[in-house]
Design a protein around this ligand. Structure first.
Ligand SMILES: [Zn+2]
Length: 151
Protein backbone atom coordinates (compact mmCIF):
# COMPACT_ATOMS: atom_id res chain seq x y z
CA UNK A 1 0.00 0.00 0.00
CA UNK A 2 1.16 3.52 -0.79
CA UNK A 3 1.06 5.98 2.08
CA UNK A 4 -0.03 9.59 1.72
CA UNK A 5 3.55 10.68 2.45
CA UNK A 6 4.87 8.52 -0.37
CA UNK A 7 2.29 9.93 -2.77
CA UNK A 8 3.20 13.47 -1.75
CA UNK A 9 6.94 12.87 -2.14
CA UNK A 10 6.40 11.16 -5.50
CA UNK A 11 4.44 14.15 -6.69
CA UNK A 12 7.42 16.35 -6.00
CA UNK A 13 10.01 13.93 -7.37
CA UNK A 14 11.00 14.68 -10.96
CA UNK A 15 9.52 12.03 -13.24
CA UNK A 16 11.29 10.63 -16.29
CA UNK A 17 10.39 8.20 -19.06
CA UNK A 18 12.36 4.99 -19.58
CA UNK A 19 13.65 4.99 -23.17
CA UNK A 20 13.26 1.19 -23.20
CA UNK A 21 9.71 0.52 -22.00
CA UNK A 22 8.36 4.10 -21.87
CA UNK A 23 7.26 3.74 -18.25
CA UNK A 24 7.24 7.00 -16.31
CA UNK A 25 9.05 6.68 -12.98
CA UNK A 26 10.77 8.93 -10.44
CA UNK A 27 14.13 10.02 -11.81
CA UNK A 28 15.97 8.55 -8.80
CA UNK A 29 14.74 5.04 -9.74
CA UNK A 30 16.21 5.14 -13.23
CA UNK A 31 19.70 4.67 -14.64
CA UNK A 32 20.85 7.93 -16.23
CA UNK A 33 23.15 7.92 -19.25
CA UNK A 34 24.71 10.73 -21.20
CA UNK A 35 26.44 11.13 -24.51
CA UNK A 36 30.16 11.77 -23.98
CA UNK A 37 33.05 12.83 -26.13
CA UNK A 38 35.94 10.48 -25.52
CA UNK A 39 39.30 12.16 -25.99
CA UNK A 40 39.95 15.65 -27.30
CA UNK A 41 38.75 14.99 -30.84
CA UNK A 42 35.52 16.78 -31.79
CA UNK A 43 34.47 14.15 -34.33
CA UNK A 44 31.16 12.48 -33.66
CA UNK A 45 32.55 8.96 -34.02
CA UNK A 46 34.47 9.47 -30.80
CA UNK A 47 31.20 9.73 -28.93
CA UNK A 48 30.02 7.11 -26.48
CA UNK A 49 26.93 6.60 -24.33
CA UNK A 50 28.06 6.20 -20.73
CA UNK A 51 26.58 6.43 -17.23
CA UNK A 52 25.97 10.02 -16.20
CA UNK A 53 28.39 9.88 -13.25
CA UNK A 54 31.29 8.51 -15.32
CA UNK A 55 33.23 11.76 -15.15
CA UNK A 56 33.44 11.58 -11.36
CA UNK A 57 34.19 7.88 -11.02
CA UNK A 58 36.37 7.16 -14.07
CA UNK A 59 39.29 9.54 -13.64
CA UNK A 60 41.33 7.36 -15.97
CA UNK A 61 39.01 8.17 -18.88
CA UNK A 62 41.02 11.16 -19.99
CA UNK A 63 39.20 13.93 -21.78
CA UNK A 64 35.73 12.61 -21.04
CA UNK A 65 33.07 15.28 -21.27
CA UNK A 66 29.35 15.42 -21.95
CA UNK A 67 28.57 16.33 -25.54
CA UNK A 68 24.86 16.84 -25.04
CA UNK A 69 22.88 18.39 -22.20
CA UNK A 70 20.26 15.70 -22.63
CA UNK A 71 20.04 12.51 -20.60
CA UNK A 72 18.62 9.09 -21.36
CA UNK A 73 16.84 7.24 -18.56
CA UNK A 74 16.39 3.48 -18.39
CA UNK A 75 14.76 1.26 -15.74
CA UNK A 76 17.29 -0.81 -13.76
CA UNK A 77 16.26 -3.80 -15.92
CA UNK A 78 18.29 -5.59 -18.58
CA UNK A 79 15.24 -5.90 -20.85
CA UNK A 80 14.78 -2.12 -20.88
CA UNK A 81 18.48 -1.52 -21.56
CA UNK A 82 18.42 -3.94 -24.50
CA UNK A 83 15.18 -2.61 -25.92
CA UNK A 84 16.50 0.95 -25.72
CA UNK A 85 19.71 -0.02 -27.53
CA UNK A 86 17.94 -2.07 -30.19
CA UNK A 87 15.13 0.34 -30.97
CA UNK A 88 16.96 3.64 -31.02
CA UNK A 89 15.80 4.78 -27.59
CA UNK A 90 19.13 6.49 -26.90
CA UNK A 91 19.14 8.36 -30.20
CA UNK A 92 15.61 9.57 -29.41
CA UNK A 93 16.62 10.71 -25.93
CA UNK A 94 19.66 12.61 -27.22
CA UNK A 95 17.71 13.84 -30.24
CA UNK A 96 20.56 12.92 -32.57
CA UNK A 97 22.36 10.01 -34.15
CA UNK A 98 24.36 8.14 -31.53
CA UNK A 99 27.11 5.55 -31.86
CA UNK A 100 25.84 1.98 -31.43
CA UNK A 101 25.17 1.17 -27.80
CA UNK A 102 26.31 -2.20 -26.46
CA UNK A 103 23.60 -2.86 -23.87
CA UNK A 104 25.70 -5.40 -21.94
CA UNK A 105 28.66 -3.01 -21.72
CA UNK A 106 26.50 -0.06 -20.71
CA UNK A 107 24.73 -2.22 -18.13
CA UNK A 108 27.98 -3.30 -16.48
CA UNK A 109 29.33 0.26 -16.69
CA UNK A 110 26.28 1.40 -14.72
CA UNK A 111 26.92 -1.31 -12.14
CA UNK A 112 30.55 -0.21 -11.75
CA UNK A 113 29.70 3.48 -11.58
CA UNK A 114 27.02 2.83 -8.94
CA UNK A 115 29.46 0.84 -6.82
CA UNK A 116 32.07 3.57 -7.28
CA UNK A 117 29.66 6.34 -6.29
CA UNK A 118 28.48 4.45 -3.20
CA UNK A 119 32.11 3.88 -2.20
CA UNK A 120 32.98 7.54 -2.82
CA UNK A 121 30.03 8.81 -0.78
CA UNK A 122 30.68 6.35 2.04
CA UNK A 123 34.30 7.42 2.27
CA UNK A 124 33.47 11.12 2.14
CA UNK A 125 31.23 10.26 5.10
CA UNK A 126 28.81 12.68 6.67
CA UNK A 127 25.12 12.10 7.27
CA UNK A 128 24.30 14.39 4.34
CA UNK A 129 25.45 11.64 1.97
CA UNK A 130 23.21 8.98 3.55
CA UNK A 131 20.03 9.61 1.51
CA UNK A 132 22.03 9.55 -1.73
CA UNK A 133 23.82 6.36 -0.70
CA UNK A 134 20.42 4.81 0.06
CA UNK A 135 19.04 5.79 -3.35
CA UNK A 136 22.10 4.49 -5.19
CA UNK A 137 22.13 1.28 -3.15
CA UNK A 138 18.46 0.73 -4.04
CA UNK A 139 19.34 1.09 -7.73
CA UNK A 140 22.26 -1.34 -7.39
CA UNK A 141 19.97 -3.84 -5.66
CA UNK A 142 17.37 -3.48 -8.41
CA UNK A 143 20.08 -4.14 -11.01
CA UNK A 144 21.27 -7.27 -9.21
CA UNK A 145 17.68 -8.54 -8.95
CA UNK A 146 17.18 -7.85 -12.67
CA UNK A 147 20.31 -9.82 -13.56
CA UNK A 148 18.92 -12.76 -11.61
CA UNK A 149 15.83 -12.77 -13.79
CA UNK A 150 17.68 -12.87 -17.10
CA UNK A 151 17.46 -16.39 -18.51
ZN1 LIG B 1 11.88 0.50 -18.61
Amino acid sequence: MTTATEVASNMHAPMRTCVGCRAVRPQAELLRSKLFHVGTDESADKEQVLPDQSVRTCAKRHGLRASSGRSAYVCPARACMERAARRGGFARAFARKTPPVDPAALWSAHGEVLAGMIDLLNRSGGTAAAPRVQRLAALATAMRAAVGRVS
